[in-house]
Write a protein that binds this ligand. Structure first.
Ligand code: 8ID
Ligand code: ZN
Length: 362
């Protein structure tokens, strides 16, 4: 099955991140490797010819090494990879060569532990993570466990669907976790970024009123165009708590808050503006950060605070279906894989409104 691929090996590109020294926890450098062997899928795996891959802030965390979770090194990053199945292992029966498929953050899980059996696959102790504990989608050929690769319908555009595989899926699941009902208000913190811009679209599609919080005029424009009911600029607002409450219709605060920002402060503010009985969903993963909430208020106002971590296979299928129905259109820019460093530079400065997607062929 794999033999015919060998002639295509020339020109394969793998982007790899190298730690400057094994003991050094500081920033790593990356380089492009060309003409390297195409990996061979194991019996329960598929090989996907990645066409496009979105760039998530998680990839930047992997470069910086700022999470308390060790990554593989050297590493090929990326976990929003959309492409075409070109080979499959002997046990794979339900994915065909030529199918569209997505390599997402959860590359594989055991499928037999108590968490997997209850559809909490991302909580599996043996989960493998694309672009973190196994090589990801910043390359032309990537491997995923057949059970976990996203099934992408053939009528979907691979370029546009790439960010759904993490950003879209994650915020869709987080909105479900928030318990917010159609007609209610949800504050989206970090609304102009990658996850945030998709969150506005999913929230709208789910009948919610999105209150966007981010910084700067570029993000104001994007959030407003995407359908945010109001925009609060955290860099200029003199009273974030008052402004968020004021944007929630009756002034009692949003029913839900999605914390998507890569900064600690909003994780310490949300408990002040959430509506009583409302739910704060933590999604962003700023390094070394803590959530803060007064115990008294949390109890007597019955505030829920929870985490939400990507989504399972069913969430993936549902998030893709929203996209397929034309309900999710967030802005993205396509650049070549070789321009990845400039994307990271912009991301570090907080200058990306929406998502960047890399084309693995250039
Ligand atoms: O499953 C998960 N929980 C999951 C999945 C995917 C990504 C978690 N993440 C994490 C990433 O690792 C990262 O920590 O979510 C975070 C956001 O990822 P992203 O959306 O890909 O990052 P971005 O495009 O850089 O957007 C971040 C936005 O936050 C804004 C920035 O301006 C930017 O638009 N922001 C910041 I930084 N501080 C803010 C503040 N105080 C803020 N917005 C409002 N208030
Ligand atoms: Zn991601």
């Amino acid at each position: 099955m794999l033999a015919p691929l060998s002639h295509r090996i020339h020109g394969k590109r793998h982007l790899q991140l190298y730690r400057s020294s094994p003991k050094n926890n500081g920033p790593k450098s990356w380089r492009i490797r060309e003409a390297i062997p195409v990996p061979k899928p194991g019996p329960d795996e598929v090989l996907v010819n990645i066409k496009y891959s979105g760039v998530c802030h998680t990839d930047l965390h992997a470069v910086k090494g700022d999470w308390p979770l060790p990554s593989k090194m050297p590493l090929v990053g990326g976990h929003e990879g959309a492409g075409i199945v070109v080979a499959r292992g002997s046990l794979v029966k339900d994915v065909e060569i030529g199918d569209y498929a997505g390599i997402k953050w959860l590359n594989g899980s055991c499928l037999t532990c108590v968490q997997c059996r209850q559809s909490n696959e991302s909580l599996c102790g043996d989960a493998t993570l694309s672009g973190y504990t196994v090589d990801g989608s910043f390359q032309q050929y990537a491997i995923g466990k057949a059970a976990h690769v996203a099934r992408i319908p053939k009528d979907c555009d691979l370029e546009a669907i790439a960010p759904i595989l993490c950003a879209g899926l994650t915020v869709y699941k987080a909105l479900k976790e928030s318990g917010a009902r159609p007609g209610q208000h949800v504050a989206i913190v970090g609304a102009g970024g990658g996850l945030g811009s998709f969150a506005i679209q999913y929230a709208k599609a789910m009948g919610l009123h999105p209150i966007a919080i981010d910084g700067g005029e570029d993000k104001r424009r994007v959030c407003t165009e995407l359908g945010a009911q109001s925009y609060i600029d955290f860099t200029t607002s003199e009273d974030i708590v008052g402004d968020v409450k004021g944007a929630s219709g009756d002034g009692l605060g949003p029913n839900a808050v999605l914390l998507l920002a890569v900064s600690e402060k909003p994780f310490q503010q949300a408990s002040q503006y959430i509506r009583s009985k409302g739910t704060i969903v933590c999604v962003g993963l700023p390094a070394n950060a803590f959530i803060k909430a007064p115990v008294f208020d949390t109890v007597v106002r019955e505030v829920n605070i929870k985490g939400s971590y990507v989504g399972n296979r069913q969430d993936t299928a549902e998030a893709i279906d929203f996209f397929r129905r034309g309900l999710i259109k967030a802005p993205y820019k396509v650049v070549g894989l070789s321009e990845l460093q400039s994307v990271y530079d912009l991301m570090l400065e907080g200058k990306i409104a929406g998502r960047y997607v890399v084309d693995t062929s250039r």
